[in-house]
Write a protein that binds this ligand. Structure first.
Ligand SMILES: Nc1ncnc2c1ncn2[C@@H]1O[C@H](COP(=O)(O)OP(=O)(O)OP(=O)(O)O)[C@@H](O)[C@H]1O
Length: 580
């Protein structure tokens, strides 16, 4: 996918790139004329020069300088601009790719880790494309053009001898380069571990404070920052050694040029002008050689980043679209057929041999201890997790054969952790719809019994709920999440996964009233809960234990069976009597 992006990018912007390269090339050819002109000027000066002659040299220099600035500026700007375009494309590609991946992928990768790719790796690649390519172009063109001028117009042996120390630079690069690359990877990893820890710590700040755990968190963070510091310092030492050796070698080369070039001038093998021009050329070589060093650093850094991005882009969604999607039938029951499901990397199945028919327009209640498999079942039904073939059918069609969007269109699902965006309540409710329709938002809010609460807020539906809805109470958050599901008025199946746990009994009854009205319009309802009062409308109740159905029947039948349901009923009605 990454290569495709690069190919597409060069296909689209190749001409511009080539023009930029040519512009930089020509600008460097112009630049190396300057010492030559100065050399000629000095020699002419010694022979005797008229004011008109001086003006001519000045004009030549001015024309060359203007040409240089225009061409070099155009080249550098274009390469920089193209690198920024590539950076934006790469960020969009990453985001699109993440949107395609399954929800479970994000259980295995922390947000901090993923963000660090966007914040560190993408700019590192951009830097290679902008700074890296720019400096390479400048260095190569200037180096070659300078050597050409010094060999052709000044002196071959002076050029060769002065160059010897500079030839040691590749040796330094070969020795230090791999170490720098390895260490920059260590720094990137420690930074991403720190970002992950910071993200988790800030998200759980209320838990941390309520547990009085601030000290432990600060210590953990200090350990992370110390590790980032140690690793970065090691990298700084390696980089400094690398960067210091290059000017040192250039300095030796300069000294040789002075001694040998001075002797050649005294013995009239070269003119004074040529000698001065040579020293200017040599000083011009220092920069490209430093750039060679920088470029190698930049490319080493970015190659680690490129590798990490490549690995990211290779991750494939496990829940795939069917090759030939079938239409989801409008009518018919939901059937679970011998459904067994094991999470990736888990040792035991979360659901075992579960068979059940939920007739169209009925209400199924699901209870069971925590970890018994209730959420897993609902997540399988919306294909957030992938069920085995033919294990779940709706109206006789295997849900694996239906386009994911079709299936999700037909189901209004309130997950256990109804996530809220840090935007307005209205936006949060309207999220599944293509546009925010105030009438629809109001209606959904009314059904979820949050309308009156929203109306008391200063900005009504425009009230911003803070990060993850932190400015709302737990019950208010749940009701916004329910409203978000109920706004899908065309959905034929409504699933509430423990979505009423934080609302008070009165609110619960109002929401159930709204659900009953939808049920009367033929909707199928699946409600999981630990509170039996939430299952008051259920036609049938299923009790799950360790992924298996241990009880199934109408609420009356289950009461008579004296099992888990009856026990729960006894405990909860005792509780409500005590409260009453
Ligand atoms: N992403 C996951 N990877 C591996 N195992 C998981 C994952 N999610 C849940 N499980 C396991 O699957 C089993 C069923 O979990 P599930 O969330 O379906 O239970 P639940 O009945 O909804 O519990 P609760 O009432 O606490 O919400 C548990 O043993 C749980 O540890």
């Amino acid at each position: 996918m990454g290569q495709r992006l690069v190919r597409r990018f060069f296909h689209k912007h190749g001409t511009e790139y080539i023009l930029a390269i040519l512009a930089v090339g020509v600008s460097k050819i112009l630049q190396v004329q300057i010492p030559d002109i100065i050399g000629h000027f000095i020699d002419q000066f010694r022979r005797g020069i008229t004011p008109h002659g001086i003006d001519r040299y000045a004009q030549d220099l001015a024309v060359i300088s203007i040409g240089y600035v225009i061409l070099f500026g155009f080249g550098q700007f274009t390469v920089g601009k193209l690198a920024r375009i590539f950076e934006g494309d790469l960020r969009r590609l990453l985001f699109d790719h993440w949107e395609d991946l399954d929800a479970d992928y994000f259980n295995q990768h922390t947000t901090g880790d993923l963000l660090s790719h966007v914040l560190n790796d993408v700019p590192a690649i951009r830097q290679a494309l902008a700074g890296g390519i720019n400096q390479t172009l400048q260095a190569v063109f200037l180096f070659v053009a300078t050597l050409f001028m010094t060999i052709r117009h000044i002196n071959l042996s002076l050029t060769v001898i002065s160059l010897i120390p500079l030839l040691l630079i590749p040796v330094v690069v070969v020795k230090l380069g791999p170490k720098i690359r390895q260490q920059s990877r260590v720094v990137q990893e420690s930074l991403s571990a720190m970002a992950g820890m910071t993200e988790e710590s800030l998200q759980s700040i209320r838990l941390v404070k309520s547990a009085g755990n601030e000290g432990v968190e600060v210590r953990r963070f200090t350990e992370r920052t110390d590790s980032v510091y140690d690793n970065s310092m090691h990298l700084v030492r390696l980089n400094t050694t690398f960067q210091a050796l290059i000017p040192l070698l250039s300095g030796i080369s300069f000294a040789i040029a002075l001694v040998y070039g001075g002797a050649l001038t005294l013995s009239h093998h070269i003119t004074l002008g040529a000698f001065v021009a040579f020293t200017v050329y040599l000083s011009m070589l220092v920069r490209p050689l430093m750039q060679f060093g920088n470029v190698i650093n930049i490319f080493q850094n970015s190659s680690a980043s490129l590798l990490r991005i490549q690995v990211l882009l290779e991750a494939q969604p496990q829940i795939t679209e069917p090759a030939e999607p079938q239409h989801l039938p409008v009518h018919g029951p939901i059937v679970f057929h011998d459904l067994t499901f094991t999470y990736p990397h888990a040792k035991t199945p979360a659901l075992r041999h579960l068979s059940l028919t939920v007739p169209e327009g009925s209400i199924l209640g699901i209870v069971g201890r925590t970890g018994s498999g209730k959420s897993t079942l609902t997540r399988l039904l919306v294909r957030e997790l992938d069920p085995p073939e033919k294990a779940i059918t709706i109206g006789g069609t295997d849900i694996r054969n239906v386009a994911k969007a079709d299936l999700r269109e037909a189901i209004a699902y309130v997950p256990q952790d109804g996530f809220l965006f840090s935007s307005s309540i209205g936006h949060n409710i309207a999220f599944p719809t293509p546009q925010e329709d105030p009438a629809q938002i109001r209606q959904a809010a009314q059904a979820a019994n949050i309308l009156a609460t929203v109306q008391t807020m200063p900005e009504g539906f425009d009230t911003v709920v803070g990060e993850h809805g932190l400015t709302l109470s737990g019950g208010q958050r749940q009701r916004v999440a329910i409203a978000r599901a109920l706004i899908k008025t065309h959905a034929r199946i409504i699933i509430l996964d423990d979505s009423l746990s934080a609302v008070d009994s009165l609110t619960e009854q109002t929401i159930l009233g709204a659900l009953r009205r939808l049920h009367q319009k033929g909707r199928t309802l699946i409600i999981t809960s630990h509170r039996l009062s939430s299952l008051r409308l259920a036609d049938h109740i299923m009790v799950l234990e360790e992924g298996q159905i241990v009880e199934f029947g109408t609420p009356q039948e289950l009461l008579q069976r004296q099992g888990f349901y009856a026990q729960l009923y006894a405990i909860q009605s005792q509780g409500s009597e005590t409260h009453g």
